[in-house]
Design a protein around this ligand. Structure first.
Ligand code: ARG
Length: 423
């Protein structure tokens, strides 16, 4: 009996060709597994296509809810954004797909799993590191990395084997999308000087085509999780879907990023992430109001570490569990509502309220009702500035360097003025 392999199948050129290639090269029976993470996969036609190409079984699994609950929302609570720009849509989906590949391999009695990644990207790393963490003995095959065919040759292989070549092959772009965002690479984008052509954007309108009037959105959070949109409570999948449409209409969420890949390459990546942009901004605004300064400063560091580990494929690490515990704990009082204004590509937080707010009107106001004791400030300033004053007296006036060399200049200036007077 032929061995079985479960192939992560998108229906694109590489994974379609992989079905045939795995049969020919490895003499394996291929079970395809397509994971719907909100990328609007047409499951019936995907299944037909996989079976038509030679798969012995074609599975499609809707994992949108799990994607939101276990991946997107925890990353939102962490404020995870890679290099300050990329909300990690693709990176977050990979460990979920890896988990479902492993589960399916077990259920189907398969001895291997396969994915369609090339050898140049991050996704191969994310898949394989995750699979190895979950099932150390499971064989992993990466056909597109192994077969050494160019894109041209892959298309010829498809024609020779009667594999329908997807329409997307005509497009010069490589695209991956899910609920949290859409990524576009290749084609004209490989020249970092070239402005992304309008045709690469599908979820976001170009600015001239957006409504003139701004749109206000209110997002309700409970313990760092978005639970309502404009007062309507709804599940995460619907909330993200609605926000993607709404913010996309106003041109919000375009990103153009020179990104540091894990494999050492800098690549130019364009993203559309309307919902992610709005939710991250709103969440951070609520944190600014409900977390202390120390919590915020520390959480920024955690966010950067968290984003790196997600990007670098370490989702199933103990390090992640540790950081996630901190993040969870930090969200206890991140409850409230944030009002955001969407207009002409901008997403601006214009209001926030929370029963757990640390903002005190009495302390902040310059009007009557001021509760701040200004007479305490001189004592505070005296002690706060004491180490600086002590050090300056001993060390600052010698030879000031860098920006502080202005002190020496002023000295000269004064001397010149004095000389001038003497004349
Ligand atoms: N650069 C992004 C990342 O590494 C997006 C990758 C998109 N993947 C793809 N196969 N087109 O997460």
């Amino acid at each position: 009996m032929a061995r079985k392999v479960v192939l992560a199948y998108s229906g694109g050129l590489d994974t379609s060709v992989a079905i045939k290639w795995l049969g020919e090269k490895y003499d394996m029976e291929v079970v395809t597994l397509t994971i719907d993470v909100g990328n609007e996969a047409d499951s019936a036609s995907l299944r037909r296509k996989a079976l038509g190409t030679g798969a012995v079984k074609a599975l499609v699994e809707d994992a949108s809810e799990r994607f939101v609950s276990y991946f997107i929302f925890p990353a939102l609570q962490a404020d995870a954004v890679y290099e300050g720009q990329y909300p990690l849509a693709t990176a977050l989906s990979r460990p979920l797909i890896a988990k479902l590949l492993v589960d399916t391999a077990q259920a189907e009695g398969a001895s291997a799993v396969a994915h369609g990644c090339t050898g140049k990207g991050n996704d191969q790393v994310r898949f394989e590191v995750s699979i190895a963490a979950l099932s150390p003995g499971l064989e992993i095959i990466a056909p597109a990395r192994e077969w050494g065919m160019t894109r041209e040759q892959t298309i010829i292989y498809a024609h020779e084997h009667d594999i329908p070549v997807p329409i997307s092959v005509a497009s010069p772009y490589s695209i991956d999308q899910n609920l949290w965002g859409r990524s576009i690479e290749c084609g004209a984008l490989e020249d970092p000087w070239v402005e992304p052509p309008e045709e690469v954007f599908v979820w976001t309108r170009s600015i001239p085509d957006t409504p003139a009037e701004p749109c206000y959105v209110e997002i309700g959070f409970e313990q760092g999780l978005p639970i309502s949109l404009n007062g309507d409570e709804m599940d995460g999948v619907s909330l993200i879907g609605q926000l993607n449409r709404l913010a996309g209409e106003h041109g919000v969420g375009r990103v153009d990023h020179i990104e540091n890949r894990l494999v050492g390459i800098k690549s130019r990546e364009v993203y559309e992430a309307p919902a992610a942009t709005v939710l991250l901004r709103a969440h951070q605004a609520l944190e600014a109001m409900t977390l202390s300064k120390n919590q915020l400063r520390f959480k920024e560091k955690v966010a950067a570490e968290y984003a790196d580990l997600v990007y670098n494929g370490l989702w199933f690490s103990r390090f992640h569990q540790d950081l996630a515990c901190y993040v969870q704990s930090s969200q206890r009082h991140v409850t409230g509502t944030v009002r955001v204004k969407l207009n002409k590509g901008n997403c601006t937080v214009v209001g926030r309220k929370s029963t757990k707010s640390l903002y005190s009107f009495g302390l902040a106001t310059y009007d009557k009702g001021d509760l701040f004791d200004q007479s305490a400030s001189p004592g505070f300033i005296h002690i706060w500035g004491l180490p600086l004053k002590t050090q300056a007296q001993v060390q600052l006036l010698g030879q000031p360097e860098g920006p502080l060399s202005i002190l020496a200049l002023e000295g000269k200036g004064k001397a010149n003025k004095r000389r001038g007077k003497r004349k």
